[in-house]
Write a protein that binds this ligand. Structure first.
Ligand code: HEM
Length: 398
């Protein structure tokens, strides 16, 4: 398998899940070739995934995305964040972010998150009420978490627009070209440095100000650590939640019995979110780690230098973890690793779940009937995200 050609950047909707189901049926650990030619391993089995994600002989680094061996300078600086680090450096940063990104901070955002959802639905309603098809991705699923992360980090509203294009270029990784990637990284690095300087001068009730001020004894974040942390929060905080929303809506519209169930019992919205994370997860796999020494995993010898990535999507589709895994059933107790596992387990999971609950409820309340407008859907070619290219919907004609 060439990691990057067949499974991971397959674009027709459903192709990725079908390929992963097939791979998972063949065994828990698979030999692959990474796009840069490195030998690698793809872990699809739930038990082996947990082992790999707590294995100290697997080390991450800034080229963890496995596209290339060397990143442009600004990109390397932004990529020097905790998701690419190992203990004890990772432990230090994780302590500082945990102290600043508290549950209280997340919960206090709820009214503003509700406001963002209502505003975007208001803007979409006239077209849908006229019977037009609307692409839910750019009109709702994407701008919703983007605005929320801007509110969380205290980005002034007038600056939000400026951030859209560089993030779009970066999210594609080097798929959109190394030069575009480097330029976008430069723009963002400048923006984030200015944001930090502004919050130092004039702190507010936002996470950036809290990160500027947070202390662990004598320890605090340096300037470069701050910008890399903010970059990670931005990327991790909007691409993912956007796809979670779109994938949830798609699964519900394709499974009318499940849609009827969650409409009748709105409390099932949380279970719908968990089932979406299992059935059509949004982060395809963890960032790649390299073996520092040989070790055995799932009956294979992983040699020093081999790269290992865990297919989080495949784990949720393994029949050992969930019966009848290719069916979307919101009432099952979905078991998944969609938020990762081990020391890098997602810091933003409580926020992502809160956002998804608010947005999905608001959308279902606003539009009592919706259907997919179009025959075939595609996924964006990406090694990292399982993102729809578009999700056209409309209110069906009576
Ligand atoms: C549906 C939404 C989300 C999903 C599925 C998701 C998934 C993940 C996964 C799988 C990881 C670990 C990746 C790996 O091990 O390579 C991770 C880490 C992380 N996530 Fe999320 N995430 C989501 C939303 C968010 C949000 C909203 C934020 C913040 C605002 C966030 C911040 C982070 C951070 C900072 C890390 C790095 C943790 C560390 O290295 O210790 N995520 N996320």
């Amino acid at each position: 398998v060439v990691f990057g050609s067949d499974v991971f950047i397959a674009v027709p909707d459903g192709a990725r899940r079908a390929a992963l189901l097939e791979m998972a049926a063949q065994g828990p650990v698979h030999r692959v070739t990474l796009p840069n030619g490195h030998p690698g391993w793809l872990v699809t089995g739930p038990a082996e995934a947990r082992i790999a994600l707590t294995e100290p002989r697997l080390a991450r680094g800034t080229t963890g995305m496995a596209f290339v061996d060397e990143l442009p300078e600004a990109a390397a600086s932004l990529q020097n964040h905790m998701l690419n680090m190992n203990p004890p450096d990772h432990t230090r940063l994780r302590k500082l972010i945990t102290a600043a990104f508290t549950r209280r901070r997340v919960e206090s955002l709820a009214p503003r998150i509700e406001g963002v959802a209502a505003e975007l639905l208001d803007a979409m309603s006239p077209a849908l009420d006229r019977g037009d098809a609307v692409d839910l991705f750019p009109s709702f699923a994407y701008p919703f978490p983007f605005r929320v992360i801007c509110i969380l980090l205290g980005v002034p509203e007038q600056d939000e627009k400026e951030l859209g294009p560089p993030f779009a270029a970066l999210a594609g990784g080097t798929v959109s070209g190394l030069q575009a990637y480097g330029q976008a990284a430069n723009t963002l690095l400048g923006f984030l440095r200015d944001l930090v300087a502004a919050k130092r001068r004039d702190p507010g009730d936002d996470l950036t100000s809290a990160l500027v001020q947070v202390r662990d004894g004598e320890d605090r974040l340096t300037e470069d650590e701050l910008t890399a942390m903010l970059y990670l929060l931005f990327i991790a905080g909007h691409e993912t939640t956007a796809s979670l929303l779109a994938n949830a809506v798609l699964a519900l519209l394709r499974n009318p019995d499940q849609l009827a169930l969650v409409r009748a019992q709105p409390d099932l919205v949380d279970a719908t979110i968990e089932e979406t994370l299992r059935y059509d997860g949004v982060v395809q796999g963890t960032l790649t780690a390299a073996a520092t020494e040989p070790f055995d995993l799932g009956g294979h010898t992983i040699n020093a230098g081999d790269r290992v990535t865990v297919s989080l999507m495949a784990v949720g589709l393994d029949p050992a973890l969930n019966d009848d895994p290719d069916r979307f059933v919101i009432t099952r107790a979905a078991d998944h690793l969609a938020f990762g596992h081990g020391v890098h387990h997602c810091v933003g999971a409580p926020l992502a779940r809160l956002e998804a609950r608010i947005a999905l409820r608001a959308l279902l309340d606003r539009f009592p009937v919706l259907e997919i407008a179009g025959e075939s859907l595609e996924r964006v070619p990406s090694l990292l995200f399982n993102r729809l290219a578009a999700l056209p919907v409309r209110v069906p004609a009576r």
